[in-house]
Design a protein around this ligand. Structure first.
Ligand SMILES: [Zn+2]
Length: 155
């Protein structure tokens, strides 16, 4: 099931370029700009690849219906319909709203090989993906609450 993660594009294997149906607008700001817009925790997680402690974030146990947006740029990343209780203490999803909403890349920090997940619009660090998620993807997108902003549904 690990092949559903599209690790290939993260490894620079772009031999056949995919055509994106909607090219996402890129958001590029300096660290000073991000620092002025984010809380210290949000900055540390999203711009420095930090990880909030388990069971402490705003959304790990949230079941509210809605969309999860990038805390930095507001891009839509996850739908509450794909959120599930992984028991990890971090908000967990089995797939992003769109294939190109997030970018996966290899992360060899901490002596482990992991798949880091970033916002495709602004490169915010969101969390990591693991191949132990539920059907239908088998992927667990283990995200930081500090990287997300929930926009509740209007009903
Ligand atoms: Zn973003």
């Amino acid at each position: 099931m690990a092949d559903t993660l599209d690790a290939k594009s993260a490894h620079g294997d772009d031999s056949h370029e995919e055509t994106r149906e909607d090219e996402r607008e890129r958001v590029v700001k300096s660290d000073d700009e991000w620092r002025s817009e984010l809380t210290p925790t949000e900055f540390e997680v999203t711009r420095r690849g930090g990880t909030e402690p388990a069971f402490t974030g705003e959304y790990w146990d949230t079941k509210t219906a809605g969309h999860y947006l990038c805390r930095c740029c507001g891009a839509e990343l996850f739908d509450s319909n794909t959120k599930y209780d992984s028991g990890s203490g971090w908000p967990s999803f089995y797939q992003p709203v769109a294939r190109d909403a997030v970018v996966a890349q290899e992360d060899r920090s901490l002596g482990m090989l992991r798949t880091e997940i970033l916002c495709s619009a602004c490169d915010a660090h969101l969390g990591h993906a693991f191949p132990d998620g539920p059907a239908p993807t088998g992927v667990r997108f283990c995200m930081n609450s500090a990287s997300l902003k929930l926009e509740p549904s209007e009903e």
